[in-house]
Design a protein around this ligand. Sequence first.
Ligand code: SF4
Length: 383
Amino acid sequence: MLKGRELAAFRKQLLAWFCQFRRDLPWRRTRDPYCVWLSEIMLQQTRVAAVIPYYERFLKRFPNLHALAAAPEEEVLRLWSGLGYYSRARNLHKAAKEMVVEYGGEFPSRLKNVLALPGIGSYTAAAVLSIAFEQKHAVLDGNVARALARLGAIRGDLRESARWQKLQKSADAYLESKAPGDWNQAMMELGATLCSPKSPQCLLCPVAQFCEGRKLGIADLLPEKRKKRAAVEIHLVAAVFADGSGRTLLLPPPNKRNTEAAADDVPTLVSNLWHFPTIPTNANPIAKLREHLRGLHIQSRNGSFHFAPADKVRHAVTYREITVEPFRVSVKKLPRIKGAEQVPLSEITVLPVSNLTRKVARAALAVAPFVKKADSSTLRSSE
Ligand code: SF4
């Protein structure tokens, strides 16, 4: 662990580099805690380039906590649609409401109060409080942990509790207390740019002289790989209805969320958002789909549905590897189902939908609407 003069030089060099080379990101042009919070939540598990348009659109619609708290959840989810990990948006909305009720629409400045808000853990709390309020809390996320592990040549799984605590101690000890906001951003920037997961750019690094991992020639071997959870393959089949004017049918999110759902729970796989009629399948997807549509009381008016297969859709979420077989079902009139909505197939994002549902829509759009396929795909709903 660096101390004394070495630590002072380390801080000075890293801050000078950050000052000169920091990326110009929209959330760095403000110290408004609402904006800092929003950006930190959006950036979780998501690349900067993907976040920027969402961040700008979100702020335009919800410029402050009051606007966000007053909005219906469905609109918040719609603006989040495509960014993934939708519990972030739900918690953001809940937290905004809480802040309006508890703190008059101001972001609280006490750590205890911030940590009590939905969706805010120690990393996000430290980031907002240091950047917006210049409080002395050191951040520790995956990027910062990787840089610290290399600087201190720390081996092993960084997410193991004792090792994570050790890294937090290093982060706390290195924090520049005169500029905690800039310091935290400098550490994040180092981890996100030069000290990247593969091939760290040590020749350009402003703190290379302090790096034990580099001295030992093991920088690119750190952090050591975590044991991965075995992947689970999931097969689904989906019906994408389309009428003559290109409208389709989406089912609503479930009323209640299943917190202990099986790996192939459809509402969980579509992020508890609007989705096409979908069901897990095994050997006979069409028979399974037919059974599912019957269960939803979807009947063809003339006795049969024509199922046109679209290209399979593949999607990965954490340990799940999902394959969907979409079938486009062309109909004169869309079936009526309680709670379902009819929207243009080419614009399903008028409702909040997951990336998986978007991919299914794209695959179905590529299918010629009224081409007759083999008899095996034509099913009688009355069978
Ligand atoms: S010298 Fe290399 S490994 Fe060490 S902190 Fe800098 S970029 Fe990371």
